[in-house]
Design a protein around this ligand. Structure first.
Ligand SMILES: CC(C)(COP(=O)(O)OP(=O)(O)OC[C@H]1O[C@@H](n2cnc3c(N)ncnc32)[C@H](O)[C@@H]1OP(=O)(O)O)[C@@H](O)C(=O)NCCC(=O)NCCS
Length: 169
C-alpha cells in the first residue's frame, strides 16, 4: 500500500487510520512531546516514517493526529516501538483502534506475531495490550533507566481478525 493512503475507513468516518509519511513529521513530533515526553528526535521520527520495514499508523480527525502506533517488521515479527494517544482524548478507545490498525497492516505485510516491552508501572499501556490480546512472556528486571521492570508482551497474529483495510486510491 502506498504511504499516505487511508488504511481503514471502517467506522466513524471523520476519524481515519492512515499509514503515516514524512509529511506527518511535525504532527508526530507534537504528539510525541504531548504524550511520550519526547521519546524520539526529529531524525528518529523521520527514519520511522521513511523506512519500508518501519510502520507508523496514525488516527487522524480532520487532519489532526490523535493517536499513533509504530513498529518494526523483522522477518515475520512486528516489534512495537511506540503507541500514544493525545492526552485530551484518552480512554475513548483510540489507543486500541490505532494499535489494531498497526497489527492489521503488519499482518498484511507478512507478520505472524507481535512483541513489545512495557514498563511494569505503566498501567494504562499494560491494560491496553492485555485488552488487545497480548500476553506476558517474561520480565526484564530493572530494564528501564528509572529501575522499572519491563514486561515482555507477545501475541500471535495468525488467528486474529484484522481491521478492514480500505484503499481509497
Ligand atoms: C497507553 C495509551 C496509548 C492508551 O490509550 P487510550 O486511547 O487511552 O486507550 P483505550 O481507550 O483504547 O483503552 C483500551 C484499554 O486499555 C486499558 N486502559 C487504558 N487506559 C487505562 C488506564 N489509565 N488505566 C487502566 N487501564 C487503562 C483499558 O483496559 C482500556 O479498555 P476499557 O476502556 O474498555 O477499560 C495512552 O494512555 C497513552 O498515550 N499513554 C502515554 C504513552 C504511553 O505510555 N504509551 C505506551 C508505551 S510506548
Amino acid at each position: 500500500m502506498p504511504r499516505g493512503k487511508p488504511v481503514s475507513a471502517e467506522t466513524e468516518p471523520p476519524q481515519q487510520l492512515q499509514l503515516l509519511t514524512p509529511a506527518n513529521l511535525e504532527a508526530c513530533l507534537a504528539l510525541d512531546q504531548a504524550a511520550l515526553d519526547g521519546l524520539w528526535s526529529r531524525q528518529q521520527w523521520l527514519r520511522e516514517l521513511q523506512e519500508p520495514q518501519r510502520l507508523c499508523i496514525g488516527l487522524l480527525d480532520n487532519e489532526k493526529l490523535l493517536a499513533v502506533a509504530c513498529g518494526w517488521l523483522v522477518v515475520d515479527e512486528l516489534q512495537i516501538t511506540a503507541v500514544a494517544v493525545t492526552p485530551q482524548r484518552r480512554r475513548a478507545g483510540l489507543g486500541h483502534r490505532v494499535l489494531q490498525g498497526l497489527l492489521s497492516q503488519a499482518r498484511q505485510m507478512g507478520a505472524s506475531r507481535a512483541t513489545l516491552e512495557v514498563s511494569a508501572s505503566n498501567k494504562a499501556a499494560a491494560g491496553l495490550y492485555a485488552r488487545s490480546g497480548f500476553a506476558s512472556a517474561g520480565i526484564r528486571r530493572g530494564y528501564y533507566s528509572n529501575g522499572d521492570d519491563a514486561l515482555i508482551q507477545w501475541m500471535s497474529l495468525r488467528d486474529t481478525e484484522g481491521v478492514r483495510i480500505a484503499d481509497h486510491s
